[in-house]
Design a protein around this ligand. Structure first.
Ligand SMILES: C[S@@+](CC[C@H](N)C(=O)[O-])C[C@H]1O[C@@H](n2cnc3c(N)ncnc32)[C@H](O)[C@@H]1O
Length: 248
C-alpha cells in the first residue's frame, strides 16, 4: 500500500508542478484558525507532515518559525525543496522523504506536529498517534487542518458518486477516508487535551467540486456556505472541514 500511495502522490505532484514556485497558502477560515492555533503555542520547533508543494512550510519560515518537513512522496520533497530555496534565495534542505509512521526515527522532539489534509491519509491512525506521543515535547501540540466524515450527504457523494457516476471526478488516493467520529474518539482517548474546531461551513463548495468546474458556481456556493456558517452556527459541525488540536 505504501508504494502505491507514494506512486500516486509522485505522479500527482509532478503533474501539478508547472513553475518552480511555491503556491500561496490559501487564507480560508480553516487555515486562519489553524495558523492561529500554531502561533498561540509559540513553538520553538515544528514538524510538518505531508509538505506537498511547501506552502505551509514557507508561510511558517516567513513568520520566523523553525520548521522541519516530511512527505512520503519523493517528488513532493524535491519540488518543495527547490521551490522554497528559490523563494528564499538560499538553499533550503530541511525536507525529508519518509513515512509519517516513522517520525520517531528522526530521534527528535518537537513543540508542534502539524499538517494540512494529511491526518486522514495516515494508516493505521493509532500507530501514528503513538509516534506523535513519542515525538512531542512536554506540553507540545499536534494540530491538523482536516476534512470530516460527519456529513452524511457529502459522504454519500464521496462514496457512491465520485469517480463512479455521471463523470464526477474523484480526488485523492484509494486508501484515504475523511476523519470519522470514531477516529476523533480514538484521539480523545489517547490525548487528554483534544479540541475540535469547525471554523467555516463548507458544504456547497464541496458539492460544487463534485458537479462543476465553473468558478461562477463556486463563488455562488461559497456565498451560500458563508451565509449559513455565519447565521446557522450549529450547522458548522457538519462542515467538510475541521481543525483538530491535541496534546497532553
Ligand atoms: C492531500 S496532500 C496535502 C499536501 C499539503 N499538505 C497541502 O496542503 O497541499 C497529502 C500529502 O500527504 C503525503 N502523504 C500521504 N501519506 C503519507 C504518509 N504516510 N507519510 C507522509 N506523507 C504522506 C502525500 O504524499 C501528499 O503530499
Amino acid at each position: 500500500m505504501i508504494n502505491e500511495v507514494e506512486k500516486f502522490w509522485d505522479k500527482e505532484w509532478e503533474k501539478r508542478q508547472k513553475d518552480n514556485k511555491v503556491p500561496q497558502l490559501k487564507k480560508t477560515l480553516r487555515h486562519i484558525k489553524f495558523l492561529e492555533l500554531i502561533t498561540k503555542n509559540a513553538p520553538k520547533s515544528i514538524l510538518e507532515i505531508g509538505v506537498g508543494r511547501g506552502q505551509l512550510t514557507l508561510e511558517l519560515i516567513k513568520k520566523g518559525f523553525d520548521v522541519f518537513s516530511i512527505d512520503i512522496s519523493d517528488s513532493a520533497c524535491k519540488i518543495s525543496r527547490i521551490a522554497i530555496s528559490n523563494q528564499l534565495g538560499e538553499k533550503y534542505e530541511k525536507i525529508l522523504c519518509m513515512d509519517a509512521l516513522d517520525i520517531e526515527k528522526l530521534n527528535k522532539k518537537f513543540d508542534c506536529i502539524i499538517g494540512i489534509d494529511i491526518l486522514h491519509h495516515i494508516e493505521p491512525l493509532d500507530l501514528f498517534l503513538h509516534a506523535i506521543v513519542n515525538s512531542l515535547n512536554k506540553n507540545g501540540k499536534a494540530i491538523f487542518a482536516e476534512n470530516s466524515a460527519r456529513n452524511i450527504f457529502l459522504m454519500f457523494g464521496r462514496n457512491h458518486l465520485a469517480g463512479k457516476r455521471f463523470g464526477i471526478p474523484k480526488y485523492g488516493d484509494d486508501f484515504e477516508h475523511p476523519i470519522t467520529i470514531e477516529e476523533i474518539k480514538l484521539i480523545r482517548k489517547k490525548f487528554n487535551n483534544t479540541k475540535v474546531y469547525f471554523p467555516e461551513f463548507y458544504f456547497f463548495q464541496k458539492v460544487h467540486y463534485l458537479v462543476s468546474t465553473e468558478s461562477i458556481i463556486f463563488n455562488l456556493a461559497k456565498k451560500l456556505d458563508d451565509k449559513i456558517g455565519q447565521h446557522v452556527k450549529w450547522a458548522n459541525k457538519y462542515s467538510w472541514l475541521q481543525v483538530i488540536e491535541f496534546g497532553n
